[in-house]
Ligand binder design. Structure first.
Ligand SMILES: [Mg+2]
Length: 268
C-alpha cells in the first residue's frame, strides 16, 4: 500500500523568522535548522525535531513537497538529506521528477489553463493599472501567474477584494500570504498535479497539508489533511470535515504537522 503525502512548504513545513510566532521565554525555544539560504543569508527554517520526522516520513510514504514556489525557488530549499523523487512547483504548473522538470506535464497544464482562464498578459496589464506605492515589486512566475510584494499595512481597504472580483470574472483567483499577493489562473491547482503523482506512484491513500487559499483543493482532495492554526485559511476560518487543525501556531505548528503526517502515514 502506497501512501502519498503532499505538503505545502512555506508557513506549513518551513518558516521565515517573521513567521516563527514563538512567544515563550528564550530558553524554551526549540532548536531550529536552516533549510534555505537566499542571497547568502539564512531565510527559512524548521525545528530539528521536524527535520528528523520528515526523514522518517520519506521511508513510510511517497512524500511530495507541493508548493507555489517556482522550480528555481524550490531548489533553494534543502528539506531532506536526499531530495524527494517528486516535487510539485508553481502551484501545480511544474512537476519535478528526480529534480528534472517533466515537460509533458507542463504542457498539459498550460493547455488546461489556456482553455478556461484569461491570458497572464491581461492580468499583468491590470496589475500595473491598479498598483500604487504600496506595491513594492511585481513579478510573474513560470509564465503562468503573477505575484506582488506589498506593504501590507498600506494596502487600501477593499483593494484585495476588488482585485479578487476582477480576477474571478476572468477565471483567475487571488491569495494574500504575508507580504505577497498572488494572482493565479483558477485552473492551476496543486490538487491536479497531486492526482497525477498519485496515479504514477500507484498511491491508494493521500494525506496533505497547507495553510493558504491555494491549498484548499489539495486539502479537500486528500483522504485526510491538516492545516496550521495560522495563515490565510485560519484567518478566514476555513474548515473541512477531513481537515484537522493544529493546536500550535508558527514554526511549532510545522512540527505538529510533520508528526501528524508521519503518524497517519505509518498506520497500517
Ligand atoms: Mg503556504
Amino acid at each position: 500500500m502506497t501512501v502519498l503525502v503532499c505538503s505545502d512548504l512555506d508557513r506549513t513545513l518551513i518558516y521565515s523568522a517573521a513567521a516563527f510566532a514563538l512567544d515563550g521565554p528564550d530558553e524554551t525555544m526549540p532548536r531550529l535548522l536552516c533549510v534555505e539560504f537566499y542571497q547568502g543569508a539564512p531565510l527559512s527554517y524548521m525545528t530539528e525535531a521536524s527535520a528528523r520526522t520528515l526523514e522518517t516520513l520519506v521511508t513510510a510514504a511517497t512524500f511530495v513537497p507541493t508548493t507555489t514556489r517556482t522550480p528555481e525557488q524550490y531548489r533553494r530549499v534543502q528539506l531532506l538529506e536526499k531530495p524527494p523523487a517528486y516535487a510539485i512547483c508553481a502551484n501545480g504548473g511544474h512537476l519535478l521528477v528526480d529534480g528534472e522538470d517533466d515537460p509533458e506535464w507542463a504542457e498539459t497544464v498550460r493547455n488546461r489553463v489556456a482553455e478556461g482562464c484569461a491570458p497572464l498578459a491581461d492580468v499583468q496589464h491590470h496589475l500595473v493599472q491598479v498598483s500604487g506605492d504600496f506595491v513594492l515589486k511585481r513579478r510573474s512566475a513560470s509564465g503562468l501567474f503573477a505575484y506582488m510584494v506589498v506593504d501590507r499595512a498600506s494596502l487600501p481597504s477593499g483593494w484585495v477584494e476588488d482585485l479578487t472580483g476582477w480576477c474571478a470574472e476572468r477565471g483567475w483567483r487571488t491569495s494574500l500570504q504575508g507580504r505577497k499577493v498572488y494572482c493565479l489562473p483558477a485552473r492551476l491547482t496543486k490538487a491536479a498535479a497531486a492526482a497525477e503523482v498519485a496515479r504514477r506512484a500507484g498511491a491508494s491513500t493521500t494525506l496533505s497539508a497547507g495553510d493558504s487559499l491555494l491549498d484548499v483543493e489539495l486539502l479537500e482532495a486528500a483522504d485526510l489533511s491538516i492545516r496550521p492554526a495560522h495563515g490565510e485559511l485560519h484567518d478566514t476560518g476555513w474548515t473541512a470535515p477531513t481537515t484537522a487543525v493544529t493546536a500550535a501556531r508558527g514554526v511549532a505548528a510545522g512540527q505538529e504537522i510533520a508528526d501528524w503526517l508521519l503518524e497517519r502515514a505509518a498506520e497500517p
